[in-house]
Design a protein around this ligand. Structure first.
Ligand code: ZN
Ligand code: ZN
Length: 417
C-alpha cells in the first residue's frame, strides 16, 4: 500500500529509539497535575526542534505546538501529561522512585499509573513524523499537551488562559488513552465512551453528646449509615435498567471515641453516568435522599453539599469516529476494534466544546498480550493491572508504535494530501 500514512510511518524506524527513550524518561520522572514543568519542557523542546511554533505555559504548564503546512483542514491532537500519587510496584528498570511533598507536608510517591507518559511520547512521535514528511499532507497540525487531567482542572486551566485565542481553531480534536487491552489493539467507539464523574462531599449535622444519653442528641453516625444504605436505591430503584449509572460512597468519617456522639458526619460520594439526563437525575436524587434523611432524623440544620471534582461525559461525534474507525480498519486490520463503554472519565471534551468542533477519543492497548490471554482473553481484563494500579506497566512495544501509528493514521484521515 502506498497511502500517505504508510509513507509518513516509514520514518518510524528512525525515531523509535528516541520515542522509547523519551517514554522511559517521562516514566521515571512523573509530575502531578499543574506541576508538569519538566514534562512540558521535554514536549516543547522536541517540537521546537521539529520546526513547530510552540507556545508554552498555557494554563500553567500547557503546551500548544502548531505546524502550518499550506491550505487544508486543521487537526488538533491532545495528550494529557500528569501522573498520580501512587507508589510504583512494577519492578521495571525505569520505574519511578519520585516523591513530592504534599500540601499536608507528608511525602507522596509519584507514578505514571495512568499511562499519560505514553500519550506524551506518542504525540511527540506523531508530530515529528508529520514534520519530516510534509509533502504527504496539507493543512495545519496542532499538538496540545494538557496539564492536570486526573483532577479534572487542566482543560479548564488552558481555556481560562485563552486557549481558544492562542491556538488556531481546529476542525476536529482527537485524543487517545492507553487502556488494559492487549498491546497492538486500537478501539474506537461512536457516541458515549467515557462516563461523567461527579465527586461530592456531603456534611450532615447532628447534635453531639454523651454516648450513654442518645436521647439528648441527634446522632449523625446513624444518619450517615441510613444515607449510605438509601443511596444504593437510586441506581437499583430509580434509574432505568438499561441506563448505566454508578453511585459509590467511597469515604465516611464521623466521631473519635466510642463514648461520644459526634455533631457531624462527612460522606464522600462518587457518581458515574453517561449522559446529561442521567447525570442530572442521579445528582438530584442524592440531594433529595440526603436532605430527607436529615429531616427524618431531626437534624438541627440542613446538609451541606460540596463538589470536589466534576467531569463531563465523553460522547464521541459519530461521523468523526466513523472516519477514524475506517482509517484504523484499513491500517490495523484485525487489530482495529469497537471498544467497550468505559467507567473512567476525562476532561478532554471541554476543549473541542470550547471551540465548538467535533471530537473523537479512542483507546489503545498497553497490556502484554500473553498476560492478557492468560487472564482470560479478550474483554476479560479482570486480572490484568488496570490504570491507576501500582502494577500498571504498559509494554514498550508494540504499545508505543501503535500509539504513534494511531495518531498519524487518524490525523491523516483529514490531512492526507
Ligand atoms: Zn487516570
Ligand atoms: Zn488517564
Amino acid at each position: 500500500m502506498t497511502d500517505s500514512a504508510h509513507v509518513v510511518l516509514e520514518g518510524l524506524d528512525s525515531i523509535r529509539t528516541d520515542i522509547e527513550d523519551l517514554y522511559k524518561d517521562l516514566h521515571r520522572h512523573p509530575e502531578l497535575g499543574l506541576d508538569e514543568h519538566r514534562t512540558a519542557k521535554k514536549a516543547a523542546d522536541a517540537l521546537r526542534a521539529a520546526g513547530y511554533r510552540v507556545v508554552d505555559g498555557v494554563g500553567g504548564t500547557g503546551v500548544i505546538a502548531v505546524l502550518a503546512n499550506g491550505e487544508g483542514p486543521t487537526v488538533m491532537v491532545r495528550a494529557d501529561m500528569d501522573a498520580l500519587p501512587v507508589r510504583e510496584q512494577t519492578g521495571l528498570p525505569y520505574a519511578s522512585t519520585a516523591t513530592v511533598t504534599g500540601s499536608d507536608g507528608a511525602e507522596q510517591p509519584l507514578m505514571h499509573a495512568c499511562g499519560h507518559d505514553v500519550h506524551v511520547a506518542t504525540l511527540v512521535g506523531c508530530a515529528r513524523l508529520l514534520a519530516e514528511a510534509k509533502e504527504e499532507w496539507k493543512g495545519t497540525f496542532i499538538a496540545l499537551f494538557q496539564p492536570s487531567e486526573e483532577r479534572g482542572d487542566g482543560a479548564d486551566a488552558m481555556l481560562a488562559d485563552g486557549l481558544t485565542a492562542t491556538s488556531p481553531r481546529p476542525d476536529v480534536v482527537l485524543a487517545q488513552h492507553v487502556l488494559p487491552y492487549p498491546a497492538g489493539y486500537v478501539g474506537t467507539r461512536a457516541g458515549s465512551f467515557l462516563s461523567a464523574a461527579d465527586s461530592l462531599r456531603i456534611t450532615v449535622h447532628g447534635r453531639g453528646g454523651h454516648g450513654s444519653m442518645p436521647q439528648a442528641t441527634v446522632d449523625p453516625v446513624v444518619m450517615a449509615a441510613m444515607i449510605v444504605v438509601r443511596l444504593q436505591t437510586i441506581v437499583s430503584r430509580e434509574v432505568a435498567a438499561l441506563t448505566p449509572a454508578v453511585v459509590t460512597v467511597g469515604s465516611i468519617h464521623a466521631g473519635t471515641d466510642p463514648n461520644i456522639i459526634p455533631d457531624r458526619a462527612v460522606i464522600q460520594v462518587n457518581v458515574r453516568t453517561y449522559d446529561d439526563h442521567a447525570r442530572a437525575q442521579v445528582l438530584e436524587a442524592i440531594q433529595r435522599v440526603v436532605t430527607a434523611e436529615c429531616q427524618a432524623s431531626g437534624a438541627p440544620k440542613p446538609p451541606e453539599f460540596e463538589t470536589i471534582t466534576s467531569f463531563p461525559p465523553t460522547v464521541n461525534d459519530a461521523a468523526t469516529t466513523q472516519r477514524v474507525a475506517e482509517a484504523f480498519a484499513r491500517h490495523f486490520g484485525d487489530d482495529a476494534h469497537t471498544v467497550d463503554l468505559q467507567t473512567a472519565s476525562e476532561d478532554m471534551s471541554k476543549i473541542p466544546k470550547a471551540f465548538g468542533v467535533p471530537f473523537t477519543y479512542w483507546g489503545i492497548g498497553g497490556t502484554d498480550p500473553a498476560l492478557f490471554a492468560a487472564a482470560g482473553g479478550a474483554g476479560k481484563p479482570a486480572h490484568v493491572p488496570v490504570n491507576h494500579s501500582p502494577h500498571f506497566a504498559p509494554v514498550l512495544q508494540p504499545t508505543l508504535d501503535t500509539g504513534v501509528r494511531a495518531l498519524v493514521v487518524a490525523a491523516l484521515a483529514w490531512l492526507a494530501a
